[in-house]
Ligand binder design. Structure first.
Ligand code: GDD
Ligand code: MN
Length: 368
C-alpha cells in the first residue's frame, strides 16, 4: 500500500512482565537499547493492570518508539501467565524473558542471542556458572531457598541446569509455542515448567551474570508464590495428574484439621460435652476452610458479595458432608479387608478430599 511502511518482524522479542514497575521502565529501556545496539529487537511489556499505571507509561513510551509494545491484562495476576501471554504475542524467531526491576544484567543479552543463533534451544542467564553470582540481588535466606529449590527441581526433572530458578532466559519461539498449552500460569517458576513441558530434551546453555539489587519498588515474592512452586513440582512429578490447585486445597484442609482440634479443645475447656464440642469443631473448621479456600485456593474465582458467599458456604457444607460419607465408606471398606487402620484411614481421607475438591471446583467456585 503506498504511503504506509511495511515493517518486518524483529529478530528478538523481549518479554518483560510488570507489576508496579513504573519507576524502572524508562531506565530499563535505555539500558536495553544500549546493550542491543545493532540487533533488531522489540519489547513486549506485559502488565497486570498495575495500580501505579505502569501500562500507561509503557504506552506513552511506545507512542514515540514503536519497538515498545504493551499488553495490559485486566482482572488477572501471575508472573508465569504474563510471560506466557507475552511470548505468544511475539512473531520473532527468538524470545527473551527478563524482569523489569534491573536485577537481570541486560549486557549478556547479545551473548545469549549468539548462543541461540548457534543452535541452543534455551539460553539461561545464570547466577551459578562462571561469571555469575547472586551479588546483592537476594537476601542470604532467599538465596538459600532458591538453591534448595533448584536442587529439588533438578532431581525431579533430571537436569544439570545450575540456575533453574532464573527468571532470565532466551529461547527459540517454536519451543515456547510447543510448551505453551501445558504451562501453569500461576506462580513464578516458568523456567522449570518450560523445561518440564518440553517433549524432547532441550539443548540448554547457561550464561553467567551478576544478579543486581532491584532499582525501585518491591519484590512480589511471597508465601503464596513459594507454595505455588511446591504445587507445580507435585503437578509435574505426578505427570500432570495432580492439579496445582489441589495442593492448595489439601494444604487448606490440613489447616482445617488444626482449627478443628483447637476448637474441640476450647469447647471442652468451656465445659461442653464431647459430642457438642465435636459438632462445633466440625462447623468451625469447615467454615474456616471455606474462607481460606475462597481467599487462597480459588483467589481467581473469589466470591465477594454476601449473597454468593452464603450460597457458596452452604454448597460447601453439603459437598463436605458427602465427602465425609465417601471418606467413611472407603475407610470402612478397606479396613474390613486389610485391618490396617492407617492405610484405610488415609485412603478414606484422600478420596474424601478428591471428592470435596472436584465438587467444590464445579459447584462452589466456578473458574476456568
Ligand atoms: N505481569 C506481572 N504479574 N508481572 C509480575 C507479577 C504479576 O503477578 N509478579 C511479579 N511480576 C514482575 C515484576 O514486576 C518484575 O518485573 C518481575 O516480574 C520479577 O518480580 P519480582 O517481584 O522482582 O521477583 P523477584 O526479584 O523476587 O524474583 C525474580 O527474580 C528471580 C531471579 O531471576 C523472579 O523472576 C524469580 O522467578 C527469579 O528467581
Ligand atoms: Mn526482582
Amino acid at each position: 500500500m503506498p504511503g504506509l511502511n511495511r515493517r518486518t518482524c524483529p529478530e528478538l522479542s523481549l518479554v518483560v512482565p510488570t507489576f508496579n514497575e513504573r519507576q524502572n521502565l524508562a531506565e530499563l529501556i535505555a539500558r536495553v537499547d544500549r546493550a542491543l545496539a545493532g540487533i533488531d529487537w522489540e519489547m513486549i511489556v506485559v502488565d497486570d493492570d498495575s495500580p501505579d499505571q505502569t501500562a500507561k507509561i509503557a504506552r506513552d513510551i511506545g507512542r514515540s518508539d514503536a519497538r515498545i509494545r504493551c499488553l495490559r491484562r485486566v482482572g488477572r495476576r501471575g508472573l508465569s501467565g504474563a510471560c506466557i501471554e507475552g511470548m505468544m504475542a511475539s512473531s520473532a524467531p527468538f524470545i527473551a524473558v527478563m524482569d523489569a526491576d534491573l536485577q537481570h544484567d541486560e549486557q549478556i543479552l547479545p551473548l545469549m542471542l549468539a548462543q541461540a543463533r548457534a543452535g541452543a534451544d534455551l539460553v539461561i542467564g545464570s547466577r551459578h556458572v562462571e561469571g555469575g553470582s547472586s551479588g546483592s540481588g537476594f537476601s542470604a535466606r532467599r538465596d538459600q531457598m532458591s538453591q534448595l529449590a533448584t536442587r529439588f527441581a533438578g532431581r525431579l526433572l533430571h537436569t544439570e541446569v545450575t540456575d533453574l530458578m532464573s527468571g532470565f532466559f532466551l529461547l527459540k519461539r517454536e519451543i515456547a509455542e510447543q510448551a505453551a498449552p501445558s504451562l501453569t500460569p500461576s506462580g513464578f517458576k516458568i523456567l522449570v515448567d518450560l523445561i518440564a513441558a518440553a517433549p524432547a530434551p532441550l539443548k540448554i546453555v547457561e550464561v553467567g551474570y551478576v544478579f543486581r539489587a532491584r532499582m525501585a519498588g518491591q519484590s512480589k515474592f511471597d508465601l503464596k508464590i513459594a507454595l505455588e512452586f511446591v504445587g507445580l513440582l507435585a503437578h509435574r512429578a505426578s505427570g500432570g495428574r495432580i492439579p496445582v490447585r489441589f495442593v492448595f486445597f489439601a494444604l487448606t484442609g490440613a489447616s482445617g484439621v488444626i482449627i478443628y482440634l483447637l476448637t474441640l479443645k476450647l469447647a471442652m475447656l468451656a465445659g461442653a460435652g464431647f459430642s457438642v464440642s465435636q459438632a462445633l469443631a466440625i462447623l468451625v473448621s469447615m467454615t474456616s476452610n471455606f474462607f481460606v479456600n475462597n481467599a487462597f485456593t480459588y483467589a481467581d474465582a473469589k466470591l465477594r458479595n454476601i449473597g454468593p458467599l452464603l450460597r457458596g458456604l452452604l454448597f460447601f457444607y453439603v459437598v463436605c458432608a458427602f465427602g465425609s460419607i465417601v471418606n467413611l465408606g472407603i475407610g470402612d471398606w478397606l479396613y474390613d479387608r486389610h485391618q490396617l487402620w492407617w492405610i484405610a484411614g488415609l485412603a478414606g481421607l484422600i478420596m474424601g478430599s478428591v471428592w470435596n475438591y472436584t465438587l467444590s471446583s464445579i459447584f462452589v467456585w466456578r473458574h476456568d
